[in-house]
Ligand binder design. Sequence first.
Ligand SMILES: Cc1ncc(COP(=O)(O)O)c(C=O)c1O
Length: 379
Amino acid sequence: MKLATKYIHAGAEPDPSTGAIMTPIYQTSTYVQEAPGKNKGYEYARSQNPTRKALEDALAIIENGKYGLAFGSGVAATDAVIKLLNPGDEVICGNDMYGGTYRLFTKVFERFGIKFHYVDMTQIDNIKSVLTNNTRLVWLETPTNPLMNITDIKAVTDLVKGKNILVCVDNTFASPYLQNPLDLGADIVMHSVTKYLAGHSDVIQGSLSMNDKELREKLYFIQKSCGAVPGPMDCFLVLRGIKTLHLRMKAHCENGKIIAHWLRKNKKVGKVYWPGFEDHPNHCIAKNQMRDFGGMLSFTLKDDSVETAMKVLSSTKIFSLAESLGGVESLINHPASMTHASIPRAERIKNGLTDSLIRLSVGIEDAEDLIFDLKQAIG
Ligand SMILES: Cc1ncc(COP(=O)(O)O)c(C=O)c1O
């Protein structure tokens, strides 16, 4: 199936009880059983829910996988992956990634004896240099939040093939419309569904998609045992969101490209981080593994002061100053004090995330209006 057909029909079976074309919101905590153990496959809603089941089928299909699992947030999905590990196990991950993931790794899981190596993953040799016999997982975010760095997914999966090391890709920034890591050899794809999949800034949710049945069973066990499941209403909203993913992503990419080029020409703007530029250090890899370059970008100002950045951040009228990304409306964000505040300053600066960096989630409004807004804010 081509992308549009896939997104519109993924997981959508007419409801068996009524034929309803849209999956109903099964707002129930439990299911009546005929006799102990004799039921219709549904026992208790933390373990199974028909609305969630339809969404999980869709999450598998849109990532070209066999299985999908939905979680109460993106962070809960990440948490489930790390719970596959044991004390003493080692994880290799990026030194530029979503601040909440970094916080989960450093503040929660390091306490349980899991060791994380934070490296610049754009260079495969950096990954090689921290591989040990205890490495059990490579956690890969590409493009990264917020510096839009790109890692070669296939090169990473080839590197660890046959070594009993899982590769999990946080595919939030790309969405399945732009990139399908399972096709490149990854074991698990994680999404903050909150973002492009839901697409309308009205849901918090996470997902995992995979091909291996045994891995699915392990993750399902963690999902039901730890209990970070999403409610049926949220699952319904995401099922609806996925149906327009292709239309929204196309518009995000078009606007992202226009704004990236406009920013680059603006005399007050310093550096623009967007993988679609031919001189982006990993442009060729992005071109190879992505279908387009997306609507996320970051930039600095020539006057690299926090004060000027703050003025821009609070002067936009269409771009709303808010955390999150991937909704239809444009957002402007200050990673240092907002999404990435949990990363110690010295660590942030060392990895290139400056105090004045501004991140945009370019929405699908009219590009002319967005440029007009940026122009009046930046000058
Ligand atoms: C790249 C990335 N991964 C994971 C997350 C966490 O997702 P959630 O906020 O749905 O828990 C986010 C949230 O901003 C993100 O940007």
